[in-house]
Design a protein around this ligand. Sequence first.
Ligand SMILES: Cc1ncc(C[n+]2csc(CCOP(=O)(O)OP(=O)(O)O)c2C)c(N)n1
Ligand code: SF4
Length: 273
Amino acid sequence: MRPDLHHLFRMDKLPHIWCPGCGHGIITRAIGEAIADSDIDLEQTVIVSGIGCSSRAPGYMNFDTLHTLHGRALAFATGVKLSNPQLNVFVLTGDGDATAIGGNHFIHAARRNINLNVILFNNNIYGMTGGQYSPLTPTGKMATTSPYGNLENNFDIPVLAIASGASYVARGTAFHDKLLVDCIKEGIKNKGFSLIEAMSMCPTSYGRRNKMGTAADMLNDLKTSAVNINVAKKLTPEKLEGKFLIGTLHHKPYREFTEEYDKLIDRLRKEGD
Ligand SMILES: Cc1ncc(C[n+]2csc(CCOP(=O)(O)OP(=O)(O)O)c2C)c(N)n1
Ligand code: SF4
């Protein structure tokens, strides 16, 4: 880790709980790097999470942090942002946390275009509880709750976020960590709901069950399965078969919820005078 990032982390809380080879540490470091490189006031920054291995990340970050309830990170973050819109609010969440139990909070926070920076750690599984499938587990993959292969279709989370109203949507991976840092920085600049899907790996609860080899093999899978959106524009659909896109997938700023809320309060105050 860059020495200039040390003050952003609670070094006294180490060692962390993550298994050897877990991708969540790389993503947490990338978030720290993006925050350090952005011109934001650290004293005015709050990091909120739900419950899960990914949601433990704020516990290692030296900010005002909230470790809340499974699936409710966005509900708490919405409250924090509305109570003080000047705050920079980050939400660190897992695929289960954000898209299963927290799925409704996710689509409605995106629909409001409330100015939150959401980093969704997608390891395709419920890691913390031992490997149940989530809405982001690909069809056919093994989980404790799908021992013959997952029958369900998985969400493409950027597509869901865009359709719901998010104004900035991007995807990075634990392998493409520099790109991930850039996407998070862009998300911070966006005044509205920013969703950055960070593809992670869980060798313990997902890789082992799906015979994906070592953590290094899983990292290599992320490398070979991802295609930068700028490169993808020049490729045929056949070449993109089985791949996923990374980079900025959508950026369309429009009216932001807390600003509209403040305008309404001002208007009502004036009308009351
Ligand atoms: C209301 C509630 N339901 C279920 C749980 C159990 N639980 C804790 S973490 C978790 C899944 C976490 O998965 P994910 O959000 O994908 O994060 P990961 O551990 O994979 O990083 C579940 C189901 C809980 N803590 N609270
Ligand atoms: S169970 Fe999976 S997600 Fe949780 S710490 Fe271990 S490798 Fe990471």
